[in-house]
Ligand binder design. Structure first.
Ligand SMILES: [Zn+2]
Length: 218
């Protein structure tokens, strides 16, 4: 999930030297974008808490922080396991890893303007429970329960939708969803055309810009 308050961060220059370093040293994974059919996959429970799982979790955290986003589900990086990472803290230093999460109870209602790393540049209001209790396992398989409210509750519900193959645009009218789909398709084409002409113009000058652009939100 992408936070509305993260909009400023989205305006960071893409050419920042850290951009290239992060891409090469850490395994930032490609985020699938709506309407990619793989986003509709229902994820399988995690059964092995091994080095492979820890690697996926670490990559997901790097991918989420780099995007930047406040939550990421494994489904979004084409890993179809019931696994989400979240960090809604202001200093981006409080990662929450939920393996095989389940919502035990829901209370209240809150309408939040949501965004999603798989639906870049689009925000709209979704109504969800304002308080939930979640049971999950940590990266080592230890079970725990946690009460979540406000933005954290919304984020957990948003990410848990992903591992069931649901997107926040599913809560909007089909007309709106279709408009988003068309706009993303158009942007993808423009991006492809731009990167093709940049490659031609630059010759053998190196890897060039990372493929994913940081558009400002909205
Ligand atoms: Zn999302």
């Amino acid at each position: 999930m992408r936070s509305v308050t993260g909009r400023q961060a989205l305006l960071l220059p893409l050419e920042h030297p850290l951009g290239a370093t992060i891409e090469t040293l850490m395994a930032i994974r490609t985020i699938l974008e709506f309407p990619d059919p793989r986003l509709r996959t229902r994820a399988q429970p995690v059964t092995r808490f091994d080095a492979d799982l820890r690697r996926v979790i670490d990559d997901m955290l790097e991918t989420m922080y780099a995007a930047p986003g406040i939550g990421l589900a494994a489904t979004q990086v084409d890993v179809h396991q019931r696994l989400v990472v979240i960090d809604v803290s202001a200093d981006r230093a409080d990662p929450l890893v939920l393996v095989n999460p389940e919502i035990l109870s829901r209370e209240g209602e809150t309408a939040t303007e949501e965004g999603c790393l798989s639906v870049p540049g689009f925000f709209d209001e979704v109504t969800r429970a304002s308080r939930i209790r979640v049971r999950a396992q940590d990266r080592d398989g230890n079970a725990f329960e946690r009460d979540c409210e406000d933005l954290l509750a919304v984020c957990v519900q948003h990410e848990m939708d992903h591992i069931d193959g649901r997107l926040f645009v599913d809560y909007l009218s089909s007309l709106k969803r279709e408009r988003v789909r068309k706009r993303l398709e158009k942007e993808r084409k423009e991006r492809a055309a731009r990167s093709a002409s940049e490659t031609r113009g630059r010759g053998g000058e190196g890897p060039g810009k990372p493929p994913r652009e940081r558009r400002s939100a909205l």
